[in-house]
Design a protein around this ligand. Structure first.
Ligand code: FAD
Length: 177
């Protein structure tokens, strides 16, 4: 039996964003757009990548899984599980850089697709894969699902447009150098 209070206490010490282990939050995050319902261990809402790394390190230390979540619109239960859910949609949702000449941008994973397109529209640009949930689907979730849309023959799927990712691997969390 894991000591969930100890996990929450350790996360609260190390994470600047929100740590929610109360029953209300756990119920809120126990569903997504699928038919499944599983209560998570707790929820972390990271403010920055340091929080993500800290959450992974704490999860590793206590031997519990983590589960990233964007808009929670995946249909097969991908974002529900008995894990520490990391919700990227609240704070890690910014456009960091747009390079119009080279046609790329750098964004945080919780950015909603329509918000990215609203940001670049004035420059005549569009992030193509037109997932029908584009008003809430996040780029991180689109990458996780390799989302596509009605015009994917023209635009391609999400992974056709991913140039580079910054990732934290749980197997490397806690190591330096
Ligand atoms: C009515 C409806 C219509 C839909 N239409 C389409 C469609 O046209 N095309 C289509 O492809 N899909 C469609 N979907 C499925 C879904 O909406 C899309 O795949 C969407 O892009 C998922 O984005 P999300 O932010 O909600 O991801 P989530 O559901 O939050 O997550 C999806 C996956 O990505 C992972 N993930 C999320 N963020 C991260 C992160 N930062 N790091 C690592 N992994 C992460 C999650 O763990 C999960 O495995 C539809 C769903 C519904 C309910």
């Amino acid at each position: 039996m894991k000591d969930y209070q100890a996990i929450a206490a350790e996360l609260e010490k190390r994470v600047e964003g929100e740590v929610r282990f109360d029953r209300y939050s756990r119920l809120l995050y126990s569903t997504d757009a699928s038919m499944y319902e599983i209560e998570p261990i707790g929820v972390v809402i990271p403010r920055h990548k340091g929080d993500v790394q800290a959450a992974i390190e704490v999860a590793n230390r206590f031997g519990v899984p983590i589960l990233p979540r964007g808009g929670g619109t995946a249909l097969a239960g991908q974002t529900v599980g008995h894990a520490i859910v990391l919700d990227f949609s609240k704070y890690m949702n910014r456009v960091l850089e747009v390079n119009k000449e080279e046609l790329w941008c750098r964004v945080q994973p919780g950015l909603v697709q329509d918000e990215l397109n609203a940001h670049v529209r004035s420059q005549g640009l569009l992030f193509g894969p037109d997932t029908s949930t584009s008003n809430r689907a996040t780029i991180g979730g689109m990458i996780g699902n390799n989302s596509a849309g009605a015009h994917s023959l023209t635009y391609g799927k999400t992974l056709d447009h991913v140039l580079e990712l910054t990732v934290y691997l749980s197997s490397l969390a806690g190591r330096t150098g």
